[in-house]
Ligand binder design. Structure first.
Ligand SMILES: Nc1ncnc2c1ncn2[C@@H]1O[C@H](COP(=O)(O)OP(=O)(O)O)[C@@H](O)[C@H]1O
Ligand SMILES: [Mg+2]
Length: 282
């Protein structure tokens, strides 16, 4: 019997996206295609302004699609009703760079986490909800007592853990991670990446892992797509792409140093990789 190709969880097909209308209309994403298998992490890398967040937003239904399709589990979700879109938020979640911007500072963490669960009133009792909130916090390495605190009581890394807990509490099948670790110190980045990797393995989730930083993308992704000015210029197996980048732009990204001093840059990278890998082999 022929081996069946498993159908991808997410399939972005010839996606184009415009901003503005009339004469100020500009195409910011052009003919982008990729897919993500169940449980897989696909890295989407490119410099600031290349269109990464716009693609993420199209998947989340936050920007209109000009051409092409976004297929989730076979269904084209690029032009669905608001009602269907709300249902899909259970299956497709997002984690942004700045959890402080996305977490309500005036709300207890437990209230924020419980929100998507209380929308299903009737299905879950208050006790079950508080149990789930506690479980979600423990899943991301925080004590369940964190539920009674406020975002301001936590460090940046802990706040990002809270944002991750909020995403996973509904048991999504896909999470769009848009620069999810970019605002964190390198040592904290490694910890949060470890956590994301564990969660994907434990819960079988897929990630679209968006970052301007190729080194970060490489750590989690099995495959990588490189975006330049709204188009994919290179794609492939993560290791192969890193070892033998074909597109000149990919080589440029590789050489790009977020820290101006190359020695300092090297030292920080080594520290970062060591922190990540020490856990990998533990
Ligand atoms: N709401 C918007 N209206 C008009 N142009 C936008 C809007 N958001 C982003 N852009 C432009 O679209 C392009 C892609 O932006 P974005 O997807 O945010 O890139 P990235 O996430 O890779 O930094 C950029 O040129 C940006 O200036
Ligand atoms: Mg962005």
């Amino acid at each position: 019997m022929p081996v069946e190709t498993p159908h991808p969880l997410l399939s972005v097909e010839n996606l184009s996206i415009d901003y503005g209308r009339g004469r100020s209309r500009t195409r910011v994403v052009t003919d982008v295609s990729f897919d993500i298998a169940e449980g897989e992490t696909l890295g989407l890398v490119g410099e600031s302004g290349s269109g990464k967040s716009t693609i993420g937003k199209a998947i989340l239904g936050l920007v209109p699609v000009a051409e092409g399709a976004v297929r989730f589990d076979g269904e084209d979700i690029s032009r669905v009703s608001p009602r269907r879109r709300r249902e899909l938020t259970r299956a497709i979640q997002v984690i942004y760079q700045d959890p402080y911007g996305s977490l309500n500072p005036a709300r207890q963490v437990g209230t924020t986490l419980a929100e998507p669960l209380t929308l299903r009133r009737g299905e879950l009792s208050r006790r079950e909800i508080s149990q789930r909130v506690g479980d979600a916090l423990e899943l991301v390495g925080l004590p369940s007592t964190a539920a009674r605190k406020y975002p301001g009581d936590f460090s940046g890394g802990q706040r990002q853990r809270i944002a991750i807990a909020r995403a996973v509490i509904v048991r999504p099948r896909l999470i769009v991670c848009d620069e999810a670790v970019s605002a964190l110190d390198l040592s904290i980045q490694a910890q949060v990446l470890n956590l994301l990797q564990d969660l994907s393995a434990e819960l079988g989730m897929s990630y679209l892992f968006i970052s301007h930083d190729l080194a970060v993308v490489e750590l989690l992704s099995s495959r990588i797509a490189v975006l330049y000015r709204g188009s994919i210029v290179e794609r492939g197996d993560a290791r192969q792409l890193l070892e033998q980048p074909q597109a000149p732009y990919t080589r440029l990204l590789q050489a790009a140093a977020p820290v101006p001093d190359p020695d300092e840059q090297r030292r920080r990278r080594e520290e970062f990789f060591a922190a990540f890998r020490s856990r990998q082999s533990a």
